[in-house]
Design a protein around this ligand. Structure first.
Ligand SMILES: Cc1cc2nc3c(=O)[nH]c(=O)nc-3n(C[C@H](O)[C@H](O)[C@H](O)COP(=O)(O)OP(=O)(O)OC[C@H]3O[C@@H](n4cnc5c(N)ncnc54)[C@H](O)[C@@H]3O)c2cc1C
Length: 408
């Protein structure tokens, strides 16, 4: 098979991949290749035809597609080698990739690989939604791509499942095409988004129903109704011609599962150290692949910080013996990131760990190792919200010893 080489290969040309590639070139790396499976780079923002993207990182308020175009232009102007219609099909030890294109396959040997493959929403099957199998059931991503990229209106009066931020993004997308959602169904007792966004469905005159159970999709060829049990246990049926299944993001980790890299069961993404390196340290990881789910702005900044780490590692390999192993033994905590620390003092390491809850929780978030409390702070939060904790207190633990995160 044809074999090619480069300094840095980036898998995925979304927000993170493009920001990282541009920054690597700015920092003087010669040969930076972005491999993107879609015909155009830009990632998820390409089909988010609404504001606000780019506020912090580009100091402009843009719609998703304009933001994606700007990131592509920046990367091209910086001299990044952009390869679209190019899918990475396998990850091999020591930064070797199998790549597939319409013209045929090749192997790409890089000095370092950075994985930036993003997230996807959980499918109907992954959410255990029962009922029949009619046409007209879409994730927000699929809806946005139909509306903004193909200018199609898949339905007129759908039901939206979920109240994560992306559910409100689905609401905006519906407004763009004159689609009128009938209702938003939420399994929990409150909306998942932050307070500031709560009036949005009211403004759009879409009712939200809480404590919803046993959702079933009904219909023959196309969706005809959605049935569910309300808080009292009574069966409700809403007439609808479509269903938007929003949120419940998962890292796009298909490549990881068939590779030699360790996957973290909590986040569903790669297990990384504080420099963003996977279990094979020739692989770095950044953007939403690390965890479900962050905003574009967060992924952009994370990717720029990762670029500096990659450059540092190329100049003087970071190395480092095993430090603490960060883990959650608390069912309220869904994941902890990074999962491993190394005993290295190279500059640019992450200063904070990221956590997410599995359910609403209130208490004292605590880091414990060998019976010793290393750190603690009061916490009151809900699932899908960003929670940060300092990594510095955990650096005193070595030898792969566990640091357990608990809510007391
Ligand atoms: C439906 C949806 C709506 C969202 N709406 C918003 C929003 O309104 N505002 C916001 O700030 N954030 C939103 N997000 C979050 C969004 O993921 C981030 O904004 C941002 O796009 C993350 O950047 P990324 O580079 O990590 O991932 P992405 O932008 O998803 O980019 C990943 C790229 O990797 C490519 N790829 C994957 N596998 C391979 C492979 N094997 N080979 C080659 N290429 C591959 C994909 O094609 C994709 O282009 C949304 C996410 C989704 C899924």
């Amino acid at each position: 098979m044809n074999k090619q080489s480069c300094n840095i290969a980036i898998v995925g040309g979304g927000t993170a991949g493009l920001a990282l590639a541009t920054e690597l070139r700015r920092l003087g790396v010669e040969d930076v290749v972005v491999l993107e499976r879609e015909p155009e780079a830009g990632g998820v923002p390409r089909h988010c035809g609404h504001y606000p993207f780019g506020v912090r990182e580009l100091k402009r308020v843009l719609k998703g597609p304009d933001y994606a175009r700007k990131l592509v232009q920046n990367a091209q102007a910086a001299g990044v080698d952009m390869r679209c219609d190019t899918t990475v099909t396998a990850l091999h030890p020591k930064a070797l990739l199998s790549v597939n294109t319409p013209e045929g396959g090749y192997e790409l040997q890089a000095e370092r690989v950075v994985l930036c493959t993003g997230v996807r929403e959980s499918s109907r099957a992954q959410r255990f939604i029962g009922g029949q199998r009619p046409m007209g059931v879409l994730t927000t991503g699929a809806l946005q791509s139909m509306v903004y990229l193909q200018h199609q209106r898949p339905f007129r009066k759908p039901v939206i499942l979920g109240t994560e931020l992306v559910s409100f993004s689905a609401l905006m997308t519906c407004g763009h095409m004159g689609i009128k959602p009938q209702v938003i169904l939420e399994e929990n007792e409150r909306v998942t988004v932050r307070q500031i966004m709560r009036p949005y469905p009211v403004l759009k005159r879409v009712p939200v129903r809480f404590n919803v159970r046993d959702i079933r999709i009904l219909g023959g060829k196309t969706v005809e109704a959605v049935a569910y049990r309300d808080a009292t246990g009574a069966e409700q049926v809403i007439e609808a011609d479509g269903v938007i299944i929003s949120g419940r993001f998962r890292p796009e980790s298909a490549l990881l599962h068939t590779s030699h890299l360790e996957v973290d069961a909590g986040s569903g993404g790669p297990s990384i150290d504080q420099y963003g390196r996977a279990s094979d340290t020739s692989y770095f990881c950044t953007g939403n692949l690390l965890r479900p789910v962050e905003t574009s702005s967060w992924c952009w900044h994370e990717a720029v910080a990762t670029a500096a780490r990659v450059v540092q590692d190329l100049a003087v390999p970071i190395g480092g013996g095993a430090g603490a192993r960060l883990c959650s033994v608390d069912p309220d905590i869904r994941f902890v990131l990074p999962q491993r620390l190394v005993e290295a003092d190279a500059p640019g390491a992450m200063g904070e760990m990221q956590l997410r809850l599995a359910r609403p929780a209130r208490g004292y978030l605590t880091a414990i190792s060998g019976g010793r409390t290393l750190w603690g702070d009061f916490l009151e939060s809900r699932p899908e919200r960003r929670i940060l904790a300092p990594l510095k207190p955990m650096l005193s633990v070595g030898g792969g010893q566990p640091v357990e995160m608990r809510i007391l």
